[in-house]
Design a protein around this ligand. Structure first.
Ligand SMILES: *[C@@H]1O[C@H](CO)[C@@H](O)[C@H](O)[C@H]1NC(C)=O
Ligand SMILES: *[C@@H]1O[C@H](CO)[C@@H](O)[C@H](O)[C@H]1NC(C)=O
Ligand SMILES: *[C@@H]1O[C@H](CO)[C@@H](O)[C@H](O)[C@H]1NC(C)=O
Length: 378
């Protein structure tokens, strides 16, 4: 299970001790426990629980056996994140979450249903897409007078509930070449929004293929891969782009809240005066015991800020005006109890996590303010 404590060792402790001492009560709690140098299992599990909360979860998802994430989600992850999971371009995704769902109906018919119970009610649905893999027509049927077909996706309605004679509602319709194979994507945002309002109304989707003349097409000619008969990599999929509304504490508050009770700088303790700088801090998901449900990255470098901020503060220390004044007051010893400024992250980057949720759906989520981009005296 949880092996070493490298991720909770020296650099991580310094982080807690130096400049975030008053940031959060739970960190204070951890700090006190650690300062007693009692690395009990209890403390470790409390720390890991707190880290899970940072990632927006109560409990680690339990995954049974080895699962292969959808290629689409792997490609999406590699588009938005670099090898360490750091966001390449914050404007690529509109929201901060992308969820994928496999079809639960696995019907012989062209009907699909997706269980969206893992989507929080508070999540804002931005776009929903049905991804279907169109297979090549069987060889015997390739010589056919039809070159295009009209593919329409309908939302199945409950006629009793809506007191309506209408059994289905058109969501999306498009012309598709008969002889090609590959992924076809249909926008079904309306339907998913209505399912989020009333879970019971989720009866699934129905796909109808017609000739250009409007008559029903031979379904041997137009075939979509199903979860039942085809390889997992071609399974019908729902892809949901959402935003969970989580915007972590801004840089401003991170810097400010840390000032209050500041303990001795560890470099002072050690008798070395290392100027404020950014040092590595690798968070290894395998060591924490999370490699079962996190697909990517294996870990990431959060970095940490360490060092002293003595008078005079050069521009390389990236001081705020406030920090400059504080360091002067400290140097002149004009007022008792005014410490030198604090060495803290002054630029933070987001990271991306590709993981399996409780229902073993693959989710991509962006977390703000996870990597210290640079450090400064504040
Ligand atoms: C600290 O660890 C010792 C054993 O090393 C244990 O007896 C004690 O209960 C622990 N204290 C706390 C507060 O967990
Ligand atoms: C959806 O999934 C959840 C959790 O796996 C389950 O409790 C629920 O019964 C499912 N709903 C349907 C309609 O299958
Ligand atoms: C359903 O519609 C019919 C006629 O359109 C109406 O007479 C009936 O009261 C409606 N029932 C409900 C439950 O709204």
């Amino acid at each position: 299970m949880i092996k070493g404590t490298k991720w909770l060792s020296a650099p991580f402790l310094d982080l807690l001790k130096l400049c975030t001492a008053s940031a959060r009560p739970s960190f204070n709690y951890l700090q006190n426990r650690f300062s007693a140098e009692n690395e009990s299992e209890e403390v470790r599990s409390a720390a890991i629980k707190r880290l899970l909360e940072v990632f927006g979860m109560d409990d680690p998802p339990s995954i049974h056996g080895h699962k292969q994430p959808p290629q689409y989600m792997l490609d999406l992850y590699n588009t938005v994140a670099d090898v360490d999971g750091v966001t390449k371009d914050p404007n690529l995704l509109e929201g901060n979450t992308v969820r994928s769902f496999f079809d639960k109906m696995r019907s012989e018919q062209v009907e699909f249903s997706f269980n969206l119970s893992t989507v929080a009610k508070t999540e804002k649905i931005l776009t929903a897409e049905l991804h279907l893999f169109k297979m090549r027509p069987q060889a015997a049927l390739t010589f056919n007078r039809h070159h295009f077909c009209q593919v329409s996706v309908y939302q199945l309605l409950d006629t009793i509930k809506t007191n309506n004679t209408q059994e289905k509602k058109l969501l999306s319709s498009r012309l598709i070449p008969v002889h090609t194979s590959g992924w076809e994507v249909f926008t079904i945002t309306q339907a998913v929004r209505s399912w989020m309002v009333d879970e019971g109304s989720n009866l699934g989707l129905h796909v109808v293929v017609r000739t250009l003349g409007g008559s029903q097409m031979d379904m041997k000619l137009i075939r979509f891969a199903s979860g039942r008969n085809n390889h997992q990599s071609k399974q019908p999929m729902l892809v949901l782009f959402t935003d969970d509304g989580r915007r972590s504490t801004t840089l401003e508050s991170t810097g400010l809240s840390s000032r209050g009770t500041r303990s001795l700088d560890s470099s002072e303790e050690e008798g070395v005066s290392m100027p404020c700088q950014r040092l590595p801090l690798y968070v290894d998901f395998e060591e924490i015991g999370w490699s079962g449900w996190i697909v990517s990255p294996r870990g990431y470098n959060a970095y940490h800020c360490k060092g002293s901020c003595p008078f005079p503060l050069g521009q390389n220390m990236r001081p705020t005006n406030h920090a400059t004044v504080q360091s002067i007051i400290n140097a002149l010893k004009l007022i008792k109890g005014v410490e030198t400024p604090c060495c803290v992250p002054d630029k933070l980057f987001s990271i991306n996590l590709l993981y399996f949720d409780d229902d073993e759906n693959v989710v991509l989520k962006q977390y703000n303010d996870m990597v210290a981009g640079s450090c400064g005296c504040h």
